[in-house]
Structure formats: C-alpha cells, structure tokens
Write a protein of this length. Structure first.
Length: 351
C-alpha cells in the first residue's frame, strides 16, 4: 500500500453518500428470540433509508429471494445484489472507502482482515470476502490491509482524526503480536489518517468488545457525542465514565481539544437473562437525515433532541431497534455508506 497519505482521505459519515449498503439477515443464531420479526424490522429500515438515498441489499440468491418478498421495491432506490454473506452486520464486514482529493476523484476500498470479532462466530469466510466483492461490483481498486478490523471499530472526523477503542483492535484474538505503536502506524498508513485517538469503555452484552460506534461518535470536526450512564449501580457506569473523562483530554489532528457532548443511555435492557448493548450512539448519518435507534424508553426523546440540536439541518428520525438489538447491534451496525465521488451542490448523486 502506498505510503502517500495526501492522495486519499477517509470521509466523515456526514459527507454525501452515493448509496447505503445492507446485508439481508438470514443467520437465525445471531438473534435472540423470534427470528421472523428480524426481516420485518430490516424491511422497515431499508424503506426508511430509501427515502433519503439509494439502498443496495446483498445476500446469496436464496437470501435475496426472501428479501424481495419483504421489501417494497421503489424503482432504482432499492437494488438487490448477489453477494453471499454469513451474517448481517455489514458495518463490520463491508468496505471502508477512501476518497481521492485530486481533480479526478476516485474511490478505493481498504480491505481489512475479518475473523468474526476475534473468532466468536464461525464460519466467516463469506463475510471476510464481502468488502472486496462489493468493490468488484463497483469496479473499484482494493487496497489490502494486514490489520484485522471491523468497520464499527473506527470513527473519523474526515479531517485526519481517527477515534478507536483499544479493546477491539489492540486485541490478541484479532491482531496477535502487534504493539499499540505498530497498530497506530498501520491504521495511519491504511486509512491515510494523521492522528489516532485510543478510547476505552464497553457495554455489557456487546460481543464486539466495545465498538466505538456504541460509545463515542464524531458529529462534526472537533465534536463528539459520548455515552454515559449516570446510575452508579448500573454495570455500564464505571467504564463509560472513564471513557468520558478520557475523551475530554483528547486533541484532534488539527490540535483542537474535543468538545464532548454526553448522551445518557437507557438502563439495562434484557432479553431473558441476557443484557443487551442498547445505545443511542448507534445512529446512522445519511443524506439529509440521521436515523437514531430507540428502545421504548423515556430517554429516547432526550437522545433525539440532543442529536437534532447537533444536526440542525438534517431530519432526525427515530427507529425502534428492539428487534435489531436482540442481535446485539442496531442501525449503524447494519448499514455501510458509499461516499459520493462528485456531488454538485445541494444535489444527491448516486454512483
């Protein structure tokens, strides 16, 4: 991989999208409870996404037959593409796009290693090939990276700063033998990043080992939202408070001390005996909107209000994530954005 950082850039999620990619669910073991409710939830989410931008749904031929029965096809706004998957968490398996900064803009895909969150859920061979298969379908060049990394483990401001949680990258089950310094250098080189900020924290029930998209998210250059749990008896309180304090000490690649905005998480949400990692920070920013997961709790409205204030020119929409969270993920976990190469002002362009 080229060492020239200036050629490409990792775009922020709020930059214009050509499309959102989704993997249709089919692995029943991924979700607690009645799986039949899961495709229904996905169909609601896909239809909501399609109100803002084109949606590309992947799966094997058999899986796409099921998807076609659930989805209301809206012309070219929803496209079914045959790419087999093991699971439906496309944020983690999908491509990480870099965008060139020259007059002739192009996208390339960084293909990180994938081993199902440290080997937790075999098999993962199809999911490990998803990023390169999507790149191939788009005719994009693939840059191979040696680090094992899921897409939900990284957050960027689009200006050279990367926010990650050490627990799910500096991990012997993912990257054995790597030092923190080597991982930092690898992330900087692979993603054309100037500064890596190593956060901490985790949510009980989160089998990703603490993906950053559950804990802290950039909402603008120099500004992040951070999960908090004020109840000292809650098992998430201690780790979230430690992470909140750490975030307030960070400076980004431009030398700005981060403005950290707290968002209170709901108290423990369970399915049977299993605690689920419910987080309002698993929102997805898309063209003209932000989709925020909600959990039928009084704090839902508070989270929506905070996020709306931070995105005053976007429509902030609540999406009930009670079915998705049974798979220990939510809206951001099942979506993957494809950036626009060239987008005329005030116009959404699909690739």
């Amino acid at each position: 991989m080229s060492s020239q950082k200036s050629d490409y850039r990792l775009p922020a999620e709020w930059e214009p999208h050509a499309a959102t990619w989704v993997a249709w669910p089919h692995r029943r073991a991924s979700f607690l409870g009645n799986f039949d409710e899961v495709p229904v939830a996905f169909s609601k989410l896909v239809r909501l996404l399609a109100q803002y931008e084109p949606v590309r749904v992947i799966g094997s031929e058999a899986v796409l037959r099921d998807a076609s029965l659930h989805l209301l096809r809206d012309g070219a706004r929803v496209e079914l593409i045959e790419i087999p998957t093991n699971d439906s968490w496309l944020r983690d398996t999908g491509p990480v796009f870099l965008k060139s900064e020259g007059d002739q803009q192009e996208l390339v895909v960084v293909n990180f290693g994938f081993n199902a969150w440290g080997g937790k859920y075999p098999p993962w061979d199809a999911d490990a090939a998803v990023a390169s298969e999507i790149a191939r379908s788009l005719g994009l060049r693939v840059l191979e990276a040696t680090i094992v990394l899921e897409g939900g483990a990284i957050e960027t401001d689009g200006e050279g700063t990367l926010l990650v949680n050490h627990r799910c990258i500096d991990d012997p089950l993912r990257n054995p033998g790597w030092s923190r310094e080597e991982l930092t250098a690898g992330l900087q080189s692979s993603l054309r990043i100037e500064k890596v900020l190593w956060a901490s924290g985790d949510l009980v029930g989160d089998d990703t080992d603490g993906h950053i998209d559950q804990l802290a998210r950039f909402v603008a250059p120099g500004c992040v939202v951070a999960a908090r749990q004020s109840d000292r008896s809650d098992p998430n309180h201690k780790s979230l408070e430690a992470n909140f304090s750490l975030l307030k000490k960070f400076k980004d690649a431009r030398g700005r001390l981060l403005d950290v905005v707290p968002i209170e998480l709901p108290p423990s949400i369970h399915f049977g005996d299993a605690q689920l990692p419910a987080s309002y920070l698993n929102f997805f920013i898309l063209n003209g909107g932000v989709i925020v997961p909600t959990f039928d709790h009084d704090l839902d409205g508070d989270a929506i209000a905070i996020i709306q204030k931070l995105f005053p020119r976007r429509e902030v929409v609540a999406f009930s994530a009670l079915e998705l969270i049974r798979g220990r993920g939510a809206v951001h976990c099942v979506t993957s954005q494809q950036p626009v190469i060239e987008c005329p002002e005030d116009e959404n362009v699909s690739a």
